[in-house]
Structures are given as C-alpha cells and as structure tokens.
Design a binder for this molecule. Structure first.
Ligand SMILES: CC(C)(COP(=O)(O)OP(=O)(O)OC[C@H]1O[C@@H](n2cnc3c(N)ncnc32)[C@H](O)[C@@H]1OP(=O)(O)O)[C@@H](O)C(=O)NCCC(=O)NCCS
Length: 293
C-alpha cells in the first residue's frame, strides 16, 4: 500500500465495506451497512489507498453516549496506522460531551487502550447451531405463557422505555430491526412494565437481541419465543457475562461461547462515563450486536 487517505463513506462504498466485514468473518449483510450509514451519515469513514477501500469506522451519536462501530482494516494493510486514523476520524465526528463506547475484539483492544478507552464490562457471543440444539420448537412454545409477538403499537412504548435502559436513543434501529425481522420481536407486559426482545437476520447466523427484562425468567421466555421462530437457522446471542443465570440457561438451550467481547468506554470531556442508564426495573441481558451497541 502506498499513501492512504480518510474520507466520508458513501453509499457507493458499501459493497466494498461488506467485502471487508466478510473477510473478517463478521455477520453483517449489505442491509446492516446501509442502516449504519443512514444512522450516522456524518460519522462514517472509509480509508482509501490506490483507489481501494482498505478500512472503515463509524461513530454513531446515540444522544446519551456515542458508539464506535465497524472498525475494520483489510488484513493486508494492518499495522500501518490506518486503524488509528479511522478511529480518530470516527471519534472526532461525535460531540465531545459524550462518553464513547464500543465492544472490543482482542485485535482492537490494544489500539483502544492507547486511545483512552477503559474496560467497563465483558460479553460473550453465544452461538447455537439449531439443527443440533436439544430443544424442539414445541417444547419451547410450551414454556412461555404470556409472551406475545410485538405489534406496531407496542413499538412506541418499547422505544420510549428503551431510552432508560440503553442510556441513549436508538428508536430508528429498533424500528428497522422490527420491520426487517418481525418474527424475532416479542413482548411480555407484566406489572405495568413492557419487557421486549428483537432480532436480526445475518450473513452467517441470525441474532437475538436486544433482550430487555426485569428478571431472568422473563428474559428466557422472550428468547425461547424468538428461538422457536428461528427454526433450524444458527442463532447468536451477545450476552453480558454479569447475567450468569441467563448465560447458563442459554448453555442448557444448546448455546456455546464463540468469542468474548470487552465493552470499553472513553470518558466524555467531563471525565465521566456515566449515562444514567439502568435506573428503572429493566436491564439489558443481551445486546442488539456490537455494530449497533
Ligand atoms: C483492529 C484493527 C482495525 C486495527 O487496525 P490497524 O490498521 O492494524 O491499526 P493501526 O496500524 O492503526 O495500529 C494502531 C496502534 O495499535 C497498535 N495495534 C494494533 N493492533 C494491535 C494488536 N493486535 N496488538 C498490539 N497492538 C496493536 C499498533 O501497534 C499501533 O500502535 P502505535 O500507534 O503506538 O504504533 C485491525 O486489526 C482489524 O481490522 N482487525 C479485524 C477486525 C477487528 O477485530 N476490529 C476491531 C473491532 S472492535
């Protein structure tokens, strides 16, 4: 590679961006990239060398905090400062008043540490190859009594409640997930509280998340309903390791750990990572995915 430059990402770049995420073995489809660019048109960057896209990074402003997604450099061009320049561009595109978060792979973490990110939590990506999972769809259906499909009229309540749990505003992403994979969207209304899960289709597997509930048994019932909808397709769940009972239950459902992620935060200019999330009864058991937070 000769010199490289960083420029805003354009819709025309997305096929090349998809090539990079596919080479890295990631799960994104073109539609995920389209949604990410729609979400952060001013925060999405491409690294270009010799008229080739050699890297990508996206800084998303969710209001309460910012999120860095799709940090990717072509394997042939790594270790030459491309990742660092992309990260600087994505961080520079979000307001300095926001703490910045991301879910780091082991390849990305050393770079993020150098840029002031600190460990905040750990997550495990759990995968189930459904054709070999032990539980049949009918068994699953039997277990979840007051779970029902999420309807368009639930979505408004979900988006409103989600702000407190998530610590930012991701209504556009939840709407998109609902419209592109309605079969994975379920709710439980109990004691005046709406609990919910959504999901997405992927290149390699489908993903269930976010899973937001006040208790383990409700989180499990929501996932069971979504699993029944997945049929034989492989499914992943990115669960917080602090949710031990939930992760152990996923193990009983045939899920195994595929890889670990570290949630990291770079404090806002005020020096704080606090976002005031998690003050209500609800908590996030599993995330939407590391590309969206
Ligand atoms: C993570 C990734 C984007 C880094 O891109 P890169 O272009 O190789 O990074 P850079 O060359 O800019 O490296 C930046 C700094 O981090 C260091 N660094 C990068 N990768 C490192 C590693 N695996 N181990 C130790 N240090 C590393 C470099 O030495 C450099 O330090 P310096 O500025 O003090 O010299 C790239 O490895 C990648 O695409 N990996 C696969 C996808 C992935 O896991 N992305 C992270 C998602 S969270």
């Amino acid at each position: 590679m000769n010199q490289f430059g960083i420029r805003p990402m354009e819709v025309e770049d997305l096929d090349h961006a998809l090539r990079l995420s596919t080479i890295a073995g990631w799960n994104q489809q073109l539609d995920d990239w389209r949604m990410l660019l729609r979400l952060a048109p001013a925060g999405a960057f491409a690294a270009v060398a010799d008229a080739r896209i050699v890297g990508t990074a996206i800084g998303i402003d969710y209001g309460g905090f910012a999120w860095i997604a799709m940090m990717l450099v072509d394997p042939a061009d790594r270790g030459r400062g491309v990742g660092r320049r992309l990260l600087d561009a994505a961080m520079g595109a979000v307001p300095p008043s926001r703490p910045i978060r991301l879910d780091a792979t082991s390849l990305g973490r050393p770079l993020y540490e150098k840029c002031g990110f600190e460990d905040e939590a750990t997550l495990s990506r759990l995968i189930a190859n459904r054709s070999s999972a032990g539980t049949s769809v009918s068994e699953i259906r039997g277990g979840s009594s007051d779970v029902r499909p999420l309807t368009p009229s639930d979505l408004e309540t979900v988006i409103e409640r989600d702000r407190d749990v998530f610590g930012g505003t991701r209504g556009a992403v939840l709407e998109w997930a609902f419209h592109s994979a309605a079969e994975y969207a379920y709710v439980v209304r109990r004691d005046g509280v709406i609990h919910y899960c959504l999901g997405r289709h992927g290149r390699l597997f489908d993903q269930i998340g976010p899973v937001v509930a006040s208790r383990d048994d409700i989180a499990q019932a929501l996932v069971d309903a979504a699993l029944a909808a997945a049929g034989d397709r492989p499914v992943v769940v990115d669960a917080f390791d602090s949710r031990r009972a939930f992760a152990a239950w996923l193990g009983n459902r045939g899920f195994v750990v595929q890889r670990r992620l570290v949630r990291m935060c770079r404090p806002a200019e005020s020096g704080s990572c606090a976002i005031g999330a998690g003050e209500g009864p609800l908590a996030e058991f599993a995330i939407l995915g590391p590309e969206f937070a």
